[in-house]
Design a protein around this ligand. Structure first.
Ligand code: NDP
Ligand code: 8X3
Length: 252
C-alpha cells in the first residue's frame, strides 16, 4: 500500500527536494507552501508520477493549518509521515540590534508553525498507531554562533520538542526524528539576508555545501528504516564545515 507524506515548505530547498524524492519512490504527497505559483508548478510536475494534494498554507496561521488538515480528501487523510520543514532565519545582527519583527517571524514559523502542524496531524497517527514525524532542526540548535541568537534558539526548541515527543509517544508505534543539517545551499541565505544576493552568495563561495538533495536523501532514509527503528537525532554537515575554538575577548 502506498504511503502518504505531508511536507511543509515545498516551494524551495529541502522541501522541494523531499517532495521529489518521496514521489520518485511512489509515496502519495500533500505539499504545502505559501508561494502559489511554485506550489502549482511542483504539483503539476509530481502529479505526473503520483497522487498529489497541494495546499497553499502559511504554517503561522493555526486556523488555516487545522482547516487544511480537516479538509484533506479521504485518499490523503491517513498521513504516514509529516515532514516539518517550513522555516527560516532572518538576519545575523547581534541580539541588541535585531528587529523584534524578525524574532517574532522566526518564533512564529519555526516553533509555532511546527507545533500547529504537529498538533493537527499527530492525533490521527496515534489513533492509527502508525506514523512518523520528521522535524528539520539545525546545527544551529546545538552549537551557538554570533548572530544565531533567536534562529538557533528556535532550532534548540525543535530538538527538545522532538525528544519530548518521543517520550510522550512511548508505547505507540509513532516515530519522531530531528534532522540537524549544517550549511546547505538553498534559498535559506537569500531569505536570511532579505533578498540580497551578494551576501547570500558569499556564504557558499569557495565551499562545497550540502545540497537539498542530500537532506532529502537523509529524510527518505530515516523514514524507510524498519518499523521498530527510530532515528532520534541526526546531525549532518558538509565536509568543509567544522567547529571553532571558544572565542576569547582580551579587551575586557
Ligand atoms: P528555503 O528558503 O530554500 O526553503 C524554505 C521553505 O519554507 C520554502 O518553501 C518556504 O516557502 C517555506 N516557508 C517559509 N515560511 C513559511 C510559512 N510561514 N509557511 C509555510 N511555508 C513557509 O530554505 P531551506 O530549504 O534551506 O530550509 C528548510 C528548513 O531547513 C528550514 O526549517 C531551515 O531552518 C532548515 N535548515 C536549513 C539549513 C540550510 O543551511 N539551508 C540548515 C539547517 C536547517 P514559501 O516562502 O513559499 O512559504
Ligand atoms: C542553517 C545552518 O549554520 O546557517 O540552519 O545556522 S546555519
Amino acid at each position: 500500500m502506498s504511503q502518504i507524506a505531508f511536507i511543509t515548505g515545498v516551494t524551495s530547498g529541502f522541501g522541494a527536494a523531499c517532495a521529489r524524492q518521496f514521489a520518485a519512490h511512489g509515496w502519495h504527497l500533500i505539499v504545502c507552501g505559501r508561494r502559489q505559483d511554485r506550489l502549482e508548478a511542483l504539483r503539476a510536475e509530481l502529479a505526473a508520477t503520483v497522487p498529489v494534494h497541494a495546499v497553499a498554507l502559511d504554517v503561522r496561521d493555526e486556523a488555516a493549518v487545522n482547516a487544511a488538515v480537516a479538509a484533506l480528501p479521504a485518499d490523503f487523510a491517513e498521513v504516514d509521515l509529516l515532514v516539518n520543514n517550513a522555516g527560516l532565519a532572518l538576519g545575523l545582527e547581534p541580539a541588541h540590534q535585531c528587529p523584534m519583527d524578525d524574532w517574532q517571524r522566526m518564533v512564529d514559523t519555526n516553533i509555532k508553525g511546527l507545533l500547529y502542524c504537529t498538533r493537527a496531524i499527530l492525533p490521527g497517527m496515534v489513533a492509527r498507531n502508525r506514523g512518523h514525524i520528521v522535524n528539520i532542526g539545525s546545527v544551529a540548535g546545538n552549537h551557538p554562533y554570533p548572530g544565531g541568537n533567536v534562529y538557533g534558539a528556535t532550532k534548540a526548541f525543535v530538538r527538545q520538542f522532538s525528544l519530548n515527543l518521543r517520550a510522550d509517544l512511548l508505547g505507540t508505534r509513532v516515530r519522531v526524528t530531528n534532522i540537524e543539517p549544517g550549511m546547505a545551499e538553498t534559498e535559506f541565505s537569500l531569505v536570511r539576508f532579505k533578498g540580497e544576493s551578494g551576501p547570500s552568495a558569499k556564504v557558499y563561495a569557495g565551499t562545497q555545501p550540502l545540497q537539498a538533495e542530500d537532506i532529502a536523501d537523509i529524510v527518505y532514509w530515516t523514514a524507510t528504516r524498519p518499523a521498530h527503528v527510530n532515528i532520534n537525532t541526526l546531525e549532518v554537515m558538509p565536509v568543509c564545515q567544522a567547529f571553532a575554538p571558544f572565542a576569547i575577548s582580551r579587551t575586557g
